[in-house]
Design a protein around this ligand. Structure first.
Ligand SMILES: Nc1ncnc2c1ncn2[C@@H]1O[C@H](COP(=O)(O)OP(=O)(O)O)[C@@H](O)[C@H]1O
Ligand SMILES: Cc1cn([C@H]2C[C@H](O)[C@@H](COP(=O)(O)O)O2)c(=O)[nH]c1=O
Length: 230
């Protein structure tokens, strides 16, 4: 059954200066926005969605339901900008959740936290090439170890445009390309904000990994000593 929550919204014209990627093809489009945490990916996605809506297109935004930091009914940027959204476990459930009629009306679908969706590639193909919609995808290209994260890099060959954003290094203020995890947790997926992660430049990423590695060895040796001193 479709949810009663209004999934499609129109936004009053507020930022008419924002540029929308120009549509030149009659069929759909895929636009990808990547970068480290705090780079402005969500902000850019919301601006583009808002611009599309201001241009009279019908829009909806999806985020992963794994990220419950700000509740499940809106997408929120690190500086507090907000838009209503669908929080889903996978993208293939979207059509059924929103309802087929509402889905058919959509021109533009935004996806945030794209690294958490395993079915990203299939969804982008189907939505752009079969259903002729514009998909705007924002997500982390790399995890805290700079490994390819989820399927984000897999959709680059499908894309009309790719935008790589940077943040400011928290340690020196230079351009930050990477996300450093400050804690000693090692799972790939770990939801969190500034308490767990910080954007860093190349130098401070390398230094940070050395410092974190050294801290981890000290902690391990302390644990071993405690084990033998009991
Ligand atoms: N080190 C930083 N570098 C850049 N922006 C930062 C930093 N720390 C906090 N911010 C804030 O984060 C905002 C970007 O938030 P957001 O769009 O949610 O980023 P992302 O989705 O890439 O994590 C910036 O506009 C800025 O106000
Ligand atoms: C680097 C990294 C990040 N995550 C998580 C942390 C956040 O919940 C999201 C990214 O949010 P943002 O909108 O880009 O700020 O991803 C993770 O699970 N694993 C990682 O390695």
């Amino acid at each position: 059954m479709p949810s009663p929550r209004p999934p499609i919204f129109s936004i009053p014209i507020r930022q008419s200066h924002i540029e929308t990627p120009q549509s030149s093809s009659p069929c759909g489009e895929v636009h990808v926005i990547v970068g480290p945490m705090f780079a402005g990916k969500t902000t850019t996605l919301l601006h583009r969605i808002q611009a599309e809506s201001n241009n009279g297109r019908t829009v909806a935004v999806i985020k992963s339901n794994k990220d419950t930091r700000y509740g499940l009914d809106s997408i929120v940027t690190h500086d507090g900008m907000k838009l209503p959204c669908w929080a889903l476990a996978n993208l293939s459930s979207f059509r059924q959740k929103i309802g087929p009629d509402a889905y058919d009306q959509l021109d533009v679908i935004g996806i945030d936290e794209a690294q958490f969706f395993e079915d990203l590639y299939d969804f982008c193909c189907e939505t752009a090439e079969h259903d002729c919609k514009t998909v705007i995808v924002a997500g982390l290209d790399g995890d805290y170890l700079r490994r390819s994260f989820g399927s984000v890099l897999n959709i680059i060959p499908l894309a009309n445009s790719v935008t790589k954003l940077t943040a400011r290094c928290e340690l020196c203020g230079k351009q930050a390309f990477f996300t450093l995890r400050k804690t000693d947790e090692t799972e790939t997926e770990l939801i969190g904000g500034a308490e767990v992660y910080m954007p860093v430049c190349r130098q401070h990423y390398v230094d940070g990994q050395v410092v974190i590695g050294a801290a981890r060895s000290v902690l391990e040796s302390k644990k071993l000593q405690c084990g033998t001193c009991a």
